[in-house]
Design a protein around this ligand. Structure first.
Ligand SMILES: Cc1cc2nc3c(=O)[nH]c(=O)nc-3n(C[C@H](O)[C@H](O)[C@H](O)COP(=O)(O)OP(=O)(O)OC[C@H]3O[C@@H](n4cnc5c(N)ncnc54)[C@H](O)[C@@H]3O)c2cc1C
Ligand SMILES: NC(=O)c1ccc[n+]([C@@H]2O[C@H](COP(=O)([O-])OP(=O)(O)OC[C@H]3O[C@@H](n4cnc5c(N)ncnc54)[C@H](O)[C@@H]3O)[C@@H](O)[C@H]2O)c1
Length: 473
């Protein structure tokens, strides 16, 4: 057994762990990083990167089918699903060097490719190594939650970990779960040529503002994806290629493949958290707002901490931990300025409070709403991508939340993320000049929609203007 003493031990080389490692080592901390699987974690290997690469292929197929709207003959795309998967693997391979063991060792990080578990409050074992650390960061991520659906374990089913190895296009994909994973993969597979049915126990995309998610869901339905809400999968039967899912109200759905996308489970098994006095909650490792666990020397970040589960949130958490564990400065994780996007077409993005959350937190009358539809944006008209809306939730003249559905919503939401993070006012957004014709103008127009009734429907403004006009030379 090799004994190692270090300043910082990080478990998990995914989005969160790698960011902590890079920040800490470059500031002079001695860092040991333990990873039991692929460097890069879920995002690179089984999550964001492969899903967005697959969505890109699906977009190409969709564009070929609908080129006629731009005066170019539409064609039925010849989809080679195996080649699409090669493209997906190629994208992963092109990003992998950035997250690689070699790169991190080059920075001075000691990388150990083993599974880590606690042996005391400040020591972990990983293979033939016993590592004692002044601070430990658990960045162990999450895996697909596989629900106890009767018969599921007896049939072949896909998850976000196995989907990327499938080489034949599913004839009919049944997606269990209408969250972001389920909906992104449903639309992508429909565009690549599969028949697709989504079974959602509650409401699809329920974490987003329903006014905006309805627009995205209508578009996805319009492309032929069958989305059945209130359909809780209860039983599964059949054999490979001929599977049946029965819902708890007795409806039966037949398909060739099943994708299980009903949420995530934090990776805590095998860490022996109890040995180190670390408690868990229903969703992950229990942390305070400085991301410290119930063991003061141990932090938990990213998906393992059970809050918002996104790569950029893991990266944000990493910054908090570097500040606290490396620089010894106070640092608190907030959530009100953290955006997310779901990469449907049209995209759906959000930051801050939804309308319902804002009204509940601040009272009905304290909240104002401004909207601007893509139809009024000339670039969206030129692109014929007019299906969309910007909706801003405002309190005392400041944006406290924003949602966008439409082309590039994921890119566009950054403006509101910046506005909310920096405490900007609606006045600041309205004074911005965006180049014409761009989607960026949407935001100025949304801010304009907030001020228009105040300016144009006000008797006081009209009185002042009449007075000014009388005295102007
Ligand atoms: C299909 C899909 C699509 C997604 N798309 C997006 C997206 O578009 N945008 C976005 O922001 N987010 C997306 N996400 C979410 C994103 O992937 C996660 O939020 C992010 O990967 C979390 O980073 P992390 O560092 O917490 O965990 P991970 O990246 O999962 O890394 C954790 C690492 O810890 C390792 N590990 C676990 N236990 C141990 C142990 N005991 N010892 C050693 N190593 C261990 C694991 O092997 C893993 O490599 C998506 C997720 C999925 C599944
Ligand atoms: N674009 C992105 O950023 C992106 C993309 C994919 C995933 N993610 C991350 O991954 C997380 C997990 O995504 P997800 O879609 O797996 O989970 P989710 O929890 O967001 O959605 C799961 C859905 O499955 C439904 N469900 C649960 N049990 C069911 C059953 N038996 N039958 C039918 N429906 C059932 C739930 O009602 C819920 O709507 C997301 O919350 C997000 O943090 C992000």
């Amino acid at each position: 057994m090799e004994r190692i003493e270090t300043d910082l031990l990080i478990v998990g080389a995914g989005s969160g762990g790698l960011s902590v490692a890079a920040g800490a080592v470059q500031m002079g901390t001695r860092v040991v990083l333990v990873e039991r699987g692929e460097m890069g974690g879920d995002c690179l290997n089984y999550g964001c990167v492969p899903s967005k690469a697959l969505i890109r292929s699906a977009k190409a197929a969709h564009a070929m089918r609908h080129a006629d709207q731009y005066g170019i003959a539409s064609v039925a795309p010849q989809v080679d699903y195996a080649a699409v998967k090669d493209h997906v693997k190629g994208v992963i391979a092109s990003i992998a060097p950035h997250d690689s063991q070699e790169r991190f060792e080059g920075m001075g990080v000691r990388v150990i490719r083993e599974s880590a578990r606690f042996v005391s409050g400040d020591e972990m074992e990983a293979g033939a190594h016993r590592i004692k650390a002044r601070r430990i960061v658990l960045a162990t991520g999450s895996g697909p939650f596989v629900p106890p659906i009767e018969g599921l374990s007896e049939v072949p089913y896909l998850t976000n970990e196995t989907l990327w190895d499938l080489r034949e296009l599913p004839r009919h994909l049944i997606v269990i779960g209408g969250g972001p994973i389920g909906m992104e993969m449903a639309q992508a597979h429909r565009r690549l040529g599969s028949e697709v049915t989504v079974l959602e126990g509650g409401t699809a995309l329920s974490k987003d503002d329903p006014e905006l998610s309805a627009i995205a869901l209508d578009a996805v339905r319009g492309e032929g994806v069958r989305i059945v809400e209130g359909a809780q999968a209860a039983r599964v039967s059949g054999t490979a290629g001929a599977l049946t899912v029965e819902t708890d109200d007795g409806q039966r759905f037949e398909g060739s493949h099943i994708l299980v996308a009903v949420g995530r489970r934090a990776n805590t098994d095998g860490l022996d958290l109890d040995v180190a006095g670390i408690e868990t909650t229903k969703t992950g490792i229990k942390v305070d707002d400085a991301l410290r666990t119930t063991n003061r020397k141990v932090y938990a970040i990213g998906d393992a901490a059970g809050g918002l589960q996104f790569t950029h949130v893991a990266g944000y958490h990493a910054g908090i931990v570097v500040r606290s564990a490396v620089l010894g400065l106070p640092a608190k994780a907030k959530t009100d300025h953290l955006p997310w996007a779901t990469y449907l077409d049209p995209e759906l993005a959000h930051v801050g409070l939804t309308e319902a959350q804002a009204r509940e937190r601040h009272g009905e009358s304290a909240i104002e709403i401004a909207r601007f539809d893509y139809e009024g944006n000339d670039r969206a008209q030129a692109d014929r991508l007019t299906d969309g809306r910007v909706k801003v939730v405002i309190r005392k003249g400041k944006p406290v939340g924003a949602s966008i559905v439409g082309h590039q919503a994921g890119e566009q939401i950054s403006l509101w993320a910046f506005a909310i993070a920096s405490g900007a006012k609606m006045r600041d957004v309205s004074s911005m000049v965006a180049p014409y014709p761009t989607y960026g103008e949407l935001h100025k127009r949304a801010a304009g929609a907030y001020f228009s009734p105040k300016l144009f429907d006000s008797a006081a403004v009209k009185r002042v203007v009449r007075l000014v006009q009388r005295v102007l030379p």
